[in-house]
Design a protein around this ligand. Structure first.
Ligand code: HEC
Length: 309
């Protein structure tokens, strides 16, 4: 822990310096004028990590970014500005749909909002390359500081199919019927948070229910239970199943807390129906909907580098 502190201080100092430079050269406040307009127009819904426009050059910072970070973000938008002919800037013509924009008309031509955007674009034509670079560095430094060491990647649809095949012996390729990947997630499967778009969440939950039902439809034909339960409430066999299946589903041993949670879920259901396999079924259903199954963690410096790409 202590060894990383000097680095952090250097990064923070660099950020403060960059922020001062950016502020000194900025006469208009982006965070108080254009940014609220963009938020009201919901640009973020598509232009963020898990949105359909995640691969474009317009990429919103965290919703809780500091005003200095938002100011820096405003300056980085210079890449979407045509310095020689500001009227032909993508930053103006995409959101007004003068140039075909998948997001449609988000800012009405001729409106007050458009005028504010034009003012900002005019300002951006005057900003030096050094200022834009400083702003970009500030944003990526902030990201580095707040980044976790692990990158979480959502299973792609084809990984999902292969995983449930290996885990349950189920060859039905359920993810082939999920919402198309580019629709739910732009071009990326990595998320800063563990959020899942609502459409996909529904698909995951329906799929988990079906897979869990099918797993024991004809008894435990795929040998998912590593022991022979003496009766529906066989605690020893229940615990063995939860730890063994959990380890395969989450790709790591379960924590004590997880074991407690899933065995209790198992116990309630098995007691209710008087069937051991019914307890196992609800555990499978719950685990297949867990972010710990749906995301896999990549750690180490390589993962960090990928994140920043
Ligand atoms: C419903 C989704 C959606 C919303 C909302 C949306 N956009 Fe977009 N935007 C896209 C997509 C998809 C693209 C890439 C394809 C295209 O250019 O149409 C894009 C492209 C752009 C580009 C070009 C980026 C580049 O790298 O060339 C700009 C600029 C842009 N949008 C601005 C905005 C602004 C500003 C807002 C809010 C006022 C906004 N968009 C709202 C989906 C959206």
């Amino acid at each position: 822990m202590n060894t990383s502190r000097p680095l952090l201080v250097v990064v923070v100092a660099a950020c403060t310096l960059a922020a001062a430079t950016i502020r000194a050269q900025t006469t208009v406040s982006f965070s108080r004028t254009v940014y609220p307009i963009f938020e009201a127009a919901q640009c973020r819904g598509c232009h963020s990590d898990d949105g359909v426009a995640s691969a474009t050059r317009l990429h919103f910072p965290d919703p809780n970014a500091s005003p200095d970070d938002i100011e820096a973000f405003g300056v980085t938008l210079a890449v979407l500005v045509n310095r020689d002919e500001p009227d032909r800037s993508l930053l103006l013509n995409k959101p007004t749909n003068r140039e075909r924009h998948t997001g449609g008309v988000r800012i009405q031509p001729g409106s007050f909002e458009e005028q504010a955007l034009r003012d900002w674009i005019r300002f951006l034509t005057t900003v030096s390359d050094a200022t834009v670079t400083a702003a970009r560095e500030r944003l990526s430094a902030t990201k580095t500081v707040s980044q976790p060491d692990q990158v979480l990647r959502r299973l792609t649809h084809s990984q999902y199919n292969n995983t449930v095949r290996d885990l349950l012996g189920d060859h039905s390729r359920p993810a082939d019927r999920f919402p198309a990947e580019d629709y739910v997630n732009g071009f990326k499967n990595q998320l800063r948070t563990q959020g899942i778009p609502p459409l996909l969440e529904e698909a995951y939950s329906a799929s988990a229910e079906k897979l869990a039902l099918n797993a024991f439809r004809a008894g435990d034909v795929n040998h998912l239970v590593p022991c022979k339960p003496a009766h529906a409430r066989d605690i020893k066999c229940r615990d063995q199943f939860v730890t063994a299946f959990g380890m395969r589903a989450f790709r790591r041993p379960l924590t004590n807390d997880e074991v407690r949670r899933y065995t209790s879920l198992f116990g309630t259901q098995a007691a209710r129906s008087g069937q051991f396999l019914d307890g196992a079924r609800v555990v499978i259903e719950a685990m297949l909907q867990s972010p710990k199954f749906l995301f896999h963690a990549e750690s180490g410096p390589g993962a960090r580098r990928n994140w920043r790409r």
